[in-house]
Structures are given as structure tokens and as C-alpha cells.
Design a protein around this ligand. Structure first.
Ligand code: TUI
Length: 323
């Protein structure tokens, strides 16, 4: 097993590689998360807006796939957040990541249940606030990411958060291969989280159309919509986003815009409606060219990062020896 990228974070969480799979609503099922955890990364079930009953089934599923550690992402804007917190503490889920809010009021319950907590943050101020709590790290997610995003980008944010807090930082947003992993480590991160890359994996249960839309995407295929609602979301451009842009341009009521967006992610992920649905994806979509097994995505990343490091070391050695 590769030990080069075995950071302290890996030891603390009991994983082989410092690679998290983002807990994407509707996409990150027990099947996908199970494949990632089985391959030595951290698979994360996305609770999204699902009820506890639905998430419980995904937890049962992952337990049939692997005995390795896994996570559940608790989306704090969910109407079911209280029952999801009850579920994950009852099930003693090894790792809880949180998104779209401050998990402060739930931390003591997570810790009492033996869950490690890794909140997603999108600024230094938020990272500092979280680092005062009993957490195992922060996922610093840049605006290149898909879904609900903050304003800062990964490259500028990671070193600032690394300097500001004493907990391990996991970089997210704009990472899909070994170059991204190595860049994140260079900026001081101890790990990475990938969302869009893992949508295009064999074990991912999202519709074929969703995967193909990401594979077809280019560098400028995504757009951030919903700034006027206070919930900016990065998605692939399509009929749905053009309609949203028109609504925002004519100053539509934010509530009406939110209502228009309802159920659109499920339609894209589960029904393959990639023209009229919300196809959440990050800017790195343009780099993704094929569907691969989760294990290969992780192995390729680690191998590529190691090869870059080795060739840089060789080059330096040659220069030192005056060749
Ligand atoms: O949460 C995500 N990505 C998501 S959530 C989602 S579902 C959704 N759909 C429509 C509207 C809203 C949500 C789709 N994609 N990423 C993690 C993330 N968390 N990004 C930004 C944040 C965040 C934002 C504010 C974390 C904490 C926070 O705290 C605010 C405060 O001051 O407490």
C-alpha cells in the first residue's frame, strides 16, 4: 500500500488514502460511498433533503459492501436535519461531514456517539469558528465546486485556512486527478474531496445522461445560479439555468426562484432530465473524459501524484549534479 500520501488524517480516520468522495444529494448513495470506502478512500453518503428512512437504507447498503470507515454528509438546510442527526448518532456513523451551515449545536451529540466531525467551510472566518469545536478537520470547499458554493476559490483559500487553524484541512473544489491532489498537499492540505469526478464512476447510481453531460462538458460549461436567493449553486448550463437567469434578471421573488428549482436535481440525477433539470457539477467537469471504477480513480490519482513528485526529484538531482 502506498504510504507517501498517508497523512495524519488517514491515521485518525482509519483510511488508506486521503481522498474523500463528496456527499452529494441524490448521487452519493450507499453503493457509490461503499465502492470508495472499499477502495481505501472515504465514501460519504449524501443525506441531502432525504428523510431518515431513506438514509437508513443507504447506511444498511454500505454495511453490506464494506467494513471500512465511511461518512454521512448532513445537509444542514434539510427539513429532516433533526431526524438525520438522530439516525447518524444512533448508527454511530464513523465520520459526519456537514454542509450549508454551522453544525455547532449538534457537535456534542455527534461526539457522544463516537462520530468524528468534519464540517465544510468556505472562508477563513468560518474555519476559525469551526476549529474551536471538537472536530477532526475542515473541508475547505472553493467556488469551483459543484452545488451550493461560497465565494472564494480553492487556490487562494486553502493556504489561508491552513495558516488560520490547527486542524487538518481537506481541499475541495476543482480537484479530479493526481495533479490536483499534489497541488492541494503543496498548499498545506492533508487530503482532498472529489465530487464531480466520482459522479462519473461505474458504481455511481446517477443516470447515464448525468454522467454523459459531465463528460461532454468543457471548461466554461458551468454557471452559478441563485445568487439572488442567497443560495448560489454551480450547475451545468442548460435550459433550466437559462430560465433561472431570466427570472433573476427580471428581479423575480427569491422564493419563486427557489420554488422553480425544487425537485430539479432529482429529475436530473434520477430521471436523466439533463436539459430541464439541475445538473450540479464543478468547473473541473471539463477534465473528466470517462467513467471509471471508483478504485481506479483513486489508484490513478495516487500514482500520478507520486510520479510527478518523483520526476521533480530526479530533475532536481540532475541539476544539482550539474547535468
Ligand atoms: O453544501 C454544499 N453543497 C451543496 S448543498 C446542496 S443542496 C442545496 N440546494 C439548493 C440550495 C441550497 C442547498 C447542494 N450542494 N457544499 C458545502 C458547503 N457548505 N458549501 C458552502 C457551505 C457553507 C455555507 C455556509 C458552510 C457553512 C456555512 O455557514 C454559514 C454560517 O455562517 O453559519
Amino acid at each position: 500500500m502506498e504510504s507517501l500520501f498517508r497523512t495524519e488524517l488517514c491515521q485518525n480516520l482509519g483510511i488508506d488514502y486521503p481522498v474523500f468522495q463528496g456527499g452529494m444529494a441524490w448521487v452519493a448513495t450507499g453503493e457509490l460511498a461503499g465502492a470508495v470506502s472499499a477502495a481505501g478512500g472515504l465514501g460519504i453518503i449524501g443525506a441531502g433533503n432525504a428523510s431518515a428512512g431513506v438514509v437508513a437504507e443507504e447506511i444498511d447498503k454500505i454495511k453490506t459492501i464494506t467494513d471500512k470507515p465511511f461518512g454521512v454528509n448532513v445537509m444542514l438546510l434539510s427539513p429532516f436535519v433533526e431526524e438525520i442527526v438522530d439516525l447518524v448518532t444512533r448508527e454511530e456513523v464513523p465520520v459526519i461531514t456537514t454542509g450549508a451551515g454551522n453544525p455547532g449545536k449538534y457537535i456534542s451529540r455527534f461526539k457522544e456517539a463516537g462520530c468524528q466531525v468534519v464540517p465544510v467551510v468556505s472562508s477563513v472566518a468560518l474555519a476559525r469558528r469551526m476549529a474551536r469545536l471538537d472536530i477532526s478537520g475542515v473541508i475547505a470547499e472553493g467556488g469551483e465546486a459543484g452545488g451550493h458554493v461560497g465565494r472564494l476559490n480553492t487556490m487562494a483559500m486553502i493556504p489561508q485556512i491552513v495558516d488560520a487553524v490547527d486542524v487538518p484541512v481537506i481541499a475541495a473544489g476543482g480537484i479530479a486527478d493526481g495533479r490536483g491532489l499534489l497541488a492541494a498537499i503543496t498548499l498545506g492540505a492533508q487530503g482532498v474531496q472529489l465530487g464531480t469526478r466520482f459522479v462519473c464512476c461505474e458504481e455511481c447510481t446517477a443516470s447515464q445522461e448525468y454522467k454523459e453531460a459531465i463528460i461532454k462538458a468543457k471548461d466554461r460549461s458551468t454557471v452559478v445560479t441563485g445568487r439572488s436567493t442567497g443560495h448560489p449553486v454551480r450547475v451545468l448550463k442548460n435550459i433550466f439555468t437559462r430560465e433561472l437567469e431570466k427570472m433573476e434578471a427580471r428581479g423575480c421573488d427569491p422564493e419563486e426562484i427557489e420554488e422553480f428549482g425544487e425537485d430539479k436535481l432529482r429529475q436530473a440525477v434520477c430521471e436523466g432530465k439533463v436539459n430541464e433539470g439541475s445538473v450540479m457539477a464543478g468547473q473541473i467537469a471539463g477534465l473528466i473524459e470517462e467513467v471509471l471504477p471508483a478504485g481506479e480513480i483513486i489508484e490513478n490519482m495516487i500514482r500520478e501524484a507520486r510520479q510527478i513528485l518523483e520526476s521533480q526529484c530526479q530533475q532536481q538531482g540532475a541539476e544539482r549534479d550539474g547535468k
